[in-house]
Write a protein that binds this ligand. Structure first.
Ligand SMILES: Cc1cc2nc3c(=O)[nH]c(=O)nc-3n(C[C@H](O)[C@H](O)[C@H](O)COP(=O)(O)OP(=O)(O)OC[C@H]3O[C@@H](n4cnc5c(N)ncnc54)[C@H](O)[C@@H]3O)c2cc1C
Length: 381
């Protein structure tokens, strides 16, 4: 076993941190308050190469392996406090770029990937519906083949980046009698008649990442916009979820490191009863627990990424990492607030936002309960 990053990965990590700290944190309190997406930050990240990290160079990407990608996203999460921006970038990478790369025709890849990688276009995926979340494959959106077109009808909810999207990968059932085997994925471009944003949604956290509901009303899509084959929707969704569950929480590792350092520094400087609060075992214990959670989270996430780099499908390891890292980040944010006392609860200190942002980690990409169902299922339950 080799637990160390290479010299190149270390150097890249430092570069990402410097870029993120220098370019991505301006006016964040205001942007969070106003639910404002950081458009400039998105473009800067794209220019730096973040959106294209794991995409092959022939489509404009960086051609990084998954471990290097995780290393860079962890560094981004450490340097950039705008968890909403990072979430939007992750959604774009794992739910639009990766399915296109893995299932797109050469023509589709050439048409969309360079624009997504360069940040010129924003890609999203739309699976969740008002009546189907965890039970995603019971979706009601219908697709019907008519000559050289598909006609889509239905609605989608909780769609990240919806208002920014230039293209959406939408999941719909072509043959409900076949159940999940009837689900297919279609590429729908912005401006296609019958495709609209029906309602903007407001969130507790990740407020700088836009979200909305989508409506498809007799939306006509050219037959060549089918992604993969008819009926391959579940395979496409599973493949993108595997990447997403491993990589989307890499930035949480960086955020946990940042909260650990901020809290340690505060516990050293803040004095009560004539001594630094960090000298009280109850406070020092929280710092130790933050470190324990960070170390365990790193090991779980790196292992899942390493298994994928070996060509395996780490269903169990990705589910374990997803549950553990998302819950660890929430607990660490709570501890950070507690260590900062009343100041931690104030917006100005930028710690309460970390908790609001972290809470969604146990919901998106499959809830904690669903991950546990997957793990228990592998034990025959
Ligand atoms: C920040 C954020 C971003 C998102 N972005 C997108 C996106 O871009 N595209 C998209 O398609 N979707 C997106 N989603 C939707 C997300 O995938 C769903 O919210 C999630 O799958 C859960 O579905 P639900 O909200 O309908 O909850 P439900 O499925 O209704 O679950 C409600 C509760 O019941 C529990 N539960 C459900 N079934 C079981 C079971 N069998 N056993 C035990 N407990 C169970 C759940 O764990 C949960 O606690 C996003 C969600 C969030 C919060």
């Amino acid at each position: 076993m080799n637990f160390s990053w290479t010299d190149e990965q270390h150097a890249f990590r430092r570069e990402v941190i410097k870029f993120a700290q220098g370019e991505l944190n301006d006016d964040l309190i205001e942007r969070d308050r106003n639910e404002q997406f950081f458009c400039e930050g998105w473009k800067k990240c794209a220019k730096f190469g973040i959106q294209g990290l794991p995409i092959p160079e022939e489509y404009g990407g960086g051609g990084a392996d998954i471990l290097t990608t995780v290393c860079a996203l962890e560094a981004l999460g450490y340097g950039c406090r705008d968890n909403g921006l990072i979430f939007s970038i992750n959604a774009h990478m794992w739910s639009a770029e990766i399915p296109l790369l893995s299932f797109g025709t050469e023509e589709q890849k050439k048409q969309y990937l360079p624009r997504l990688v360069s940040g010129e276009w924003v890609g999203i995926h739309a699976m969740t519906e008002p009546g189907s979340g965890s039970d995603a494959y019971s979706l009601k959106t219908r697709a019907e083949r008519k000559g050289d077109r598909y006609i889509l009808n239905g609605s989608k909810t909780f769609i990240t980046n919806a208002q920014l999207a230039d293209m959406v990968i939408v999941f719909a059932n072509l043959d409900p009698a076949k159940g999940p085997a009837g689900i297919s994925a279609f590429i729908v471009e912005k401006g296609t008649p019958g495709f609209s944003i029906s309602k903007k949604l407001h969130k507790m956290g990740l407020r700088t990442s836009p979200m909305a509901e989508l409506a498809f009303t007799d939306c006509e899509v050219p037959a060549q916009n089918l992604l993969g084959k008819e009926g391959s929707g579940t395979a496409i969704f599973t493949a993108s979820m595997e990447w997403e569950r491993i990589c989307i929480l890499a930035s949480h590792l960086g955020a946990m490191q940042r909260m650990l350092e901020t809290s340690t520094s505060y516990a050293t400087d803040r004095k009560q009863f004539g001594q630094p609060i960090g000298k009280f075992p109850a406070v020092a214990g929280k710092i130790a627990e933050m470190d324990i959670r960070l170390e365990a989270s790193r090991l779980l996430l790196y292992k899942a990424a390493w298994l994928k780099s070996q060509g395996k499908h780490p269903l169990r390891e990705a589910a374990i990492a997803k549950v553990f890292v998302s819950e660890a980040c929430i607990k660490t944010a709570q501890d950070a607030i507690q260590i900062h006392g009343g100041y931690g609860y104030m917006t100005e200190f930028q710690i309460e936002r970390e908790l609001r942002d972290a809470i969604s980690g146990t919901i998106y990409s499959g809830t904690t309960e669903v991950q546990k169902m997957i793990i228990a299922g592998l034990h025959g339950l």
